[in-house]
Design a protein around this ligand. Structure first.
Ligand SMILES: C[S@@+](CC[C@H](N)C(=O)[O-])C[C@H]1O[C@@H](n2cnc3c(N)ncnc32)[C@H](O)[C@@H]1O
Length: 275
């Protein structure tokens, strides 16, 4: 039963973090001439209208993209440029999901491959990329389908894993997905988003990923309201396996940028598993 719809959450603080990281990762891959693939395992609808009743019901974007929209911080500008491009430099209304952000950054030789299970979001996603030869879209369960795509022919690229975590089993599924994917493609870059509902639960999840034995896991976490907030989604994080150079330095700059915006905000980057 799929009840999660990203339209309620589009552009929130978690999207700001995960999409800023996505842009840094793709731009790092573009530093080499060789083609790469970006695989987005939980792609969503691709594009969101912040004037839609779903976004207007939660107003989550107000604590996210709306606060950063005018930022000129160099580490955020490449991400914000993607959002601005969708709004044709007018007022903020449209928010790009991860597939659209990735598509904006691809070079002609690069490729995007998308999985989405929800029928409505899949239909919107497929319609948005119809006729685009650089983009493959499938309606499938990422946990069953991803393995067939690994290793990719390019042997370079990113697997972006952004599940809703609405089912209890999903954390364990993500650990298995990383383990199985890394076994097939050990040199790929993997970015796994996770929520911070409590510090302890988030820490346990990061430890479960670390316990896979997979080396080189870098973690960024962002809590926009500080530690003592009563808000449900206190923050979120991304675990990056095989982070490309110079991501660690860029994530440190991203932490500074994210904290600067609000005195209570906390952001940090650290290795959960080293070399
Ligand atoms: C957090 S949203 C994705 C947002 C998107 N990555 C973005 O950043 O714009 C999670 C998506 O995963 C989809 N989903 C849930 N379970 C899935 C599964 N097993 N395989 C593929 N997609 C799934 C949901 O329908 C939802 O659209």
């Amino acid at each position: 039963m799929l009840s999660y719809r990203h339209a309620f959450h589009a552009g929130n603080h978690a999207d700001v973090l995960k999409h800023a990281v996505l842009v840094l990762l793709l731009n790092a891959l573009k530093r080499k001439d060789k083609p790469f693939v970006c695989i987005d395992t939980h792609a969503g609808a691709g594009r969101y209208d912040l004037a839609d009743p779903k976004a207007q019901q939660t107003h989550e974007y107000e604590q996210g993209i709306a606060r950063w929209w005018h930022s000129t911080d160099p580490v955020l500008v490449p991400y914000l440029d993607c959002v601005r491009a969708l709004n044709e430099h007018g007022p903020l209304r449209w928010y790009p999901g991860s597939p659209l952000i990735a598509r904006m950054l691809l070079r002609p030789e690069d490729r995007l491959a998308l999985l989405e299970l929800h029928p409505t979001d899949y239909a919107a996603l497929a319609a948005g990329f119809e006729g685009d030869p650089a983009v493959k879209v499938e309606r499938a369960d990422a946990h069953a389908r991803l393995k067939a795509w690994l290793p990719p022919p390019e042997r370079r690229g990113l697997v972006f894993i952004d599940p809703p975590y609405e089912l209890r089993k999903e954390e364990a599924q993500v650990v298995d997905l990383l383990t199985e994917s890394h076994r097939r493609w050990a040199t790929g870059i993997y970015a796994i988003w996770f929520p911070i509902l409590t510090r302890l639960a988030a820490q346990r999840f990061v430890e479960r990923l670390a316990a896979t034995g997979i080396r080189r896991q870098l973690v960024i976490e962002y809590m926009p309201f500080g530690e003592d907030t009563t808000v449900g989604l206190k923050g979120s994080g991304v675990v990056i396996v095989n982070p490309p150079y110079p991501l660690e330095t860029e994530l440190a700059a991203l932490c500074v940028a994210l904290e600067k915006h609000d005195g209570a905000a906390r952001a940090r980057v650290r290795w959960s598993v080293g070399e």
